[in-house]
Write a protein that binds this ligand. Structure first.
Ligand SMILES: Cc1cc2nc3c(=O)[nH]c(=O)nc-3n(C[C@H](O)[C@H](O)[C@H](O)COP(=O)(O)OP(=O)(O)OC[C@H]3O[C@@H](n4cnc5c(N)ncnc54)[C@H](O)[C@@H]3O)c2cc1C
Length: 592
């Protein structure tokens, strides 16, 4: 509790100011304690989960239960829970490390996540003392299996449109009636966080024990995640005592949205971990598979793929660890009792934009990696003898759950615009100042001959483009901006690239300053990312601007865009080759 909260970058502030590489958390700054728990999680998955994955895929839920219990006995379920409740009360960087390692078995990762992130976290953040004492220890040991019931047939993205009803009884209890859909752990969970409307109106969260009368529907036949239970939940006059309301009646949206902020960030971490694992598979396969008397790893086309897999994963990890560092710094700077979850709650609300970016960017990076992993495996990628096809199927849902990527894309610029209008983020004055700057003659660029100076300059320009697009859209559409989803999607893509590019460059700068062994490879990864981000940002900005303004204003803005995005291409071929060669030589993601 040493740093003042005001000195820590606030959510979205990276768009308006530069950051110093010294202040940014990176994977290279993990402590021995972080690495130790990471090793514990990895060994658990490698030695105890992966060998029994086939049984899990055959829906052996007793085995799933035992594995959750084993994870509990290793302390992995209690990383977010204070010691007073039997947890290990570690920082959010640790949560990220554990999520990354569990991703190596996506099905089990989903079961584990429903327990740790979607049941334990809401109870920790919103539960009464009595609720915590009653349920937390049993959830952390795995004696109770948890699940989270928000979605319904008619309300997925529109979660607050739930039709499940909670009717208040004379004795203060509630009768639940309705049906939830696609609930992870639905087939065998014992305790459910369920959202229902009290008297059909007040959206409220409840802690519902299976013994109260919850029935599960049949297992869904899914594209992937076959080793994770997904069912409907049926409530017919299920009586829930008054003391099992979670949070306040009518405030269920607070539980739902805050849990999602946290879960999105962790999903991003799972995606980063999944990508690392797939890169190792691709590298090992490419080193041994020979065609034309040559290992396919030596073909430029394959090097390009492996290099790009590494670049996207590097950017994903960089933005994730940066966000985790911000959340931890903010929690630490907020005076609070160790048992008080409100500091973490506020921190996750503060970094909700970054959590959405982690989810969308991470899930799309993983999709790219897994698709190319199949391609590198050729025909073997398409058959079940190799895990590449399973990873691909398992990962597809990451773009759908925890808020679809469309909903999260809308949230990214939407939340920034709302904060700007409220005066919480000085985006509007910054956009106005930028308009004046763009109408004046260009200033001479600052001289900087650091190793990533060009990239730094490019990122400053990317931020201006983001401000130009978002500021102009806010000015042009005002309160109706929410109706302009295509413009918002382009703005989201630009914002994600800005945050990812800056996070990657800051990490590479830190590696260079600290003379890390692989510093030159860090620089390669960051430079390739920035190079390609410039092309994407230019394309998105042109489309967004043309949908926002026309005539002379459009021409002026396009001229300003050309002036800003003057990025000289770098030789990405050489850089991706170096990254790919190192990956193949190690048989693993080079920055692990
Ligand atoms: C394997 C699996 C596990 C799951 N686990 C859980 C769980 O444990 N608990 C739980 O509560 N739920 C769970 N879900 C449900 C999941 O959260 C929802 O599927 C998800 O939120 C999307 O809702 P939907 O399927 O109704 O899609 P819809 O909301 O119908 O969306 C369909 C399409 O329309 C788009 N769309 C919707 N609204 C808008 C809008 N306003 N603007 C623009 N585009 C829009 C979406 O992006 C999407 O592309 C799970 C789902 C799966 C597949």
């Amino acid at each position: 509790m040493t740093t003042a909260a005001t000195s820590i970058l606030r959510g979205g502030e990276w768009l308006l100011q530069e950051s110093d590489a010294d202040t940014v958390f990176t994977p290279e700054r993990l402590t021995d304690e972080h690495r130790l728990i990471g090793r514990t999680a990895q060994e658990f998955v490698d030695n105890e989960v992966l060998p029994v994955l086939d049984k899990l895929e055959q829906k052996d839920w007793d085995l799933a239960r035992k594995l959750v219990q084993r994870g509990g006995s290793l302390g992995l379920l209690g990383v977010d829970v204070p010691e007073a409740y039997g947890g290990v009360g570690l920082d959010k960087v640790t949560s990220l490390v554990v999520s990354e390692k569990l991703a190596r078995s996506a099905s089990f990762g989903a079961a584990f996540g429903a327990q740790a992130n979607l049941t334990i976290v809401p109870l920790m953040l919103f539960g009464t003392e009595a609720q915590k004492q009653k349920y937390l220890p049993k959830l952390m040991s795995g004696e109770l299996i948890g699940a989270y019931g928000l979605s319904e047939t008619g309300s997925g993205s529109d979660a607050l449109g739930a039709r499940t009803k909670a009717t208040k009884q004379a004795d203060g209890s509630y009768l639940l009636n309705g049906e939830k859909m696609w609930i992870t752990n639905g087939g065998f969970a014992d305790l459910f966080v369920i959202f229902a409307k009290v008297d059909g109106e007040l959206f409220t969260a409840f802690l519902v024990e299976r013994g109260f009368g919850v029935k599960s529907g049949k297992e869904e036949h899914k594209m992937g995640l076959h080793g994770s239970s997904t069912t409907a939940l049926i409530f017919q006059d299920v009586k829930v005592p008054a003391e099992n309301v979670l949070g306040e009646v009518g405030k269920g949206h607070k539980v739902a949205f805050n849990v999602l902020n946290f879960a999105r960030f962790k999903l991003g971490a799972m995606c980063g971990g999944g990508a690392e694992g797939a890169i190792a598979e691709a590298a090992k396969y490419a080193a041994t598979r020979r065609q034309f008397n040559t290992a396919i790893a030596s073909f430029g086309a394959i090097k390009h793929k492996i290099g790009e897999m590494v670049v996207k994963t590097y950017a994903t990890e960089s933005l994730l660890y940066r966000t985790a560092g911000l959340v931890d710094a903010r929690v630490e700077a907020t005076p609070h009792e160790p048992t008080d979850g409100s500091a973490a709650l506020n921190a996750f609300e503060e970094y909700a934009v970054e959590a959405s970016i982690a989810k969308v960017f991470g899930s799309e990076a993983l999709n790219y990696v897994l698709d190319e992993n199949i391609q590198i495996h050729g025909g073997n990628g398409f058959v079940k003898d190799y895990p590449a096809e399973r990873h691909y199927r398992d990962a597809r849902v990451n773009r759908i759950f925890e808020g679809t990527n469309e909903i999260n894309r809308l949230l990214i610029p939407g939340m920034l615009a709302r904060r700007a209008v409220k005066g919480d983020l000085p985006l509007i004055p910054a956009a106005k100042a930028l308009q004046d700057e763009l109408l004046s003659p260009p200033a001479a660029p600052a001289t900087d001959d650091g190793v990533l100076a060009e990239e730094r300059r490019a990122i400053a320009a990317f931020k201006k483009v983001a401000l130009m697009v978002l500021g102009l859209a806010m000015q042009r559409f005002g309160a109706k901006l929410t109706d302009e989803q295509e413009v918002l999607m382009h703005a989201a893509d630009i914002l994600m690239d800005v945050f990812a590019a800056e996070s990657a460059v800051l990490r590479a700068e830190a590696a260079t300053t600290n003379k890390a062994a692989k510093a030159p490879l860090h620089v390669d990864a960051a430079r390739v990312f920035v190079n390609d981000a410039a092309l994407r940002i230019d394309a998105s900005a042109r489309q967004a601007l043309a949908a926002t303004v026309d005539g002379d204003t459009l021409r002026t803005m396009l001229a300003a865009l050309r002036r800003l995005i003057k990025v000289t291409p770098v030789n990405t071929v050489i850089m991706r080759r170096r990254l790919a060669d190192e990956t193949v030589a190690r048989g693993a993601y080079p920055f692990a």
